[in-house]
Write a protein that binds this ligand. Sequence first.
Ligand code: HAM
Length: 423
Amino acid sequence: MSLITTAPKGTQDILPERSHIWRHIESTLLDTARLYGFEQMRTPTFEHTELFLRSVGETTDVVSKEMYTFTDKGNRSITLRPEGTAGVARAALERGLLAGALPVRVSYLINCFRYENKQKMRYREFNQFGVELYGTVLPQADVEIISLAYECYRVLGLGGVSIQLNSLGCAKCRPNYQRALLEYLNNYRDELCGTCHERMEKNPLRILDCKVPACKNITKSAPTMLEHLCKDCIAHLDEVKTMLTTLKIPFVVNPRIVRGLDYYTRTVFECVLKDTAGDEIVVGGGGRYSGLISELGGADCEGIGFALGIERIEHMLNDLNLCPKRPSICKVYIAPMDKSSQMLGLELIHRLRGCGISAQTDIMGKSLKAQMKYADKLSADFTVVIGENEILSKTAVMRNMSDGTTYSIPLDDGFVDAVREII
Ligand code: HAM
């Protein structure tokens, strides 16, 4: 067989054998967020390109190198969302969510698109679970988001996650830091990559996030924002640290966390896990943003949130043997022995399904032996063989496939109740 094409690079097909793991991750995350008051919202997969230019920032790798941007038939520049914060903020503003009672808490499950180069756990289409909280400058909000992030990992069995915390300062203290950083980087100007030369003019902070090894090496010893925070930013960070300690949420301060998106101010954090191959996997990240809502045309409104990568969570659950068992897709398999019992088989599974019990019967004209093999492949919990005798006597034998126990069940009106009592 030669296929005309294969899945595009950096994409995945989630086959049925993995879908229960995704369902488990997604429902656990949504339910955990609901405990904290976050309700799910959905936004479009694509947005006008300018949304990401203005929010994520033109000099970030995400915008300058990784966006899937195209011109649509109406000559508009459209981009497949590379992340969720910008689209959710746009929707919250456009739909008046921020004009009502604050704070507003929302969650989302989305697919995102980044033209990434092949690397472990970097996909071109990937999925995020995220939350955003709007309306308060107080550090309590930072703590709420970080504690929710921690709880999401903990309930999935990933309580060993390392939460790495930093502050990126505010409009008041960042220019001083920028000056100190430029002064340092000027000493290494010739060794920086071409993109970083441009960044020195446009947005020096982005150099700290450059993936080119030479630039990475230089920025290792660069001054940090933490050393240049203003009084208010120091107080904010101290309060966040104190409250996290009180709540016994483990964290470490890592002054090298800079994040790859431009909108952050003050608190930023990343969530890191080590897999059994020894690789550090950044399973989530987030932070506060003070200017984003006004940048998009709204009134001043603080926001803070985080997002985690579902593929990376699945990788860690697999790696640590924490995936739930695949549930049976078929509680009862009804195997008709001959043509005359096929109609009864259809009728019985119809009744079971109508009462919420998963059931299947033969729809391929298979022999009894082949049907039993198929029921085994489905991991059916129970089987019922029906033929002429069963139709005449209006009773059949239901077999528990894991321990071989058999039960006599009526095939008349009492069928579903009898099955329900056994399963
Ligand atoms: P981010 O750090 O760019 O933040 O992405 C969040 C998470 O998505 C990452 O920690 C990682 O687990 C996952 N992720 C990112 N890129 C890929 C990829 N190419 N393949 C697989 N997984 C990936 C944001 O997107 C922000 N919007 C988070 C946020 C929400 N900040 C405030 N609110």
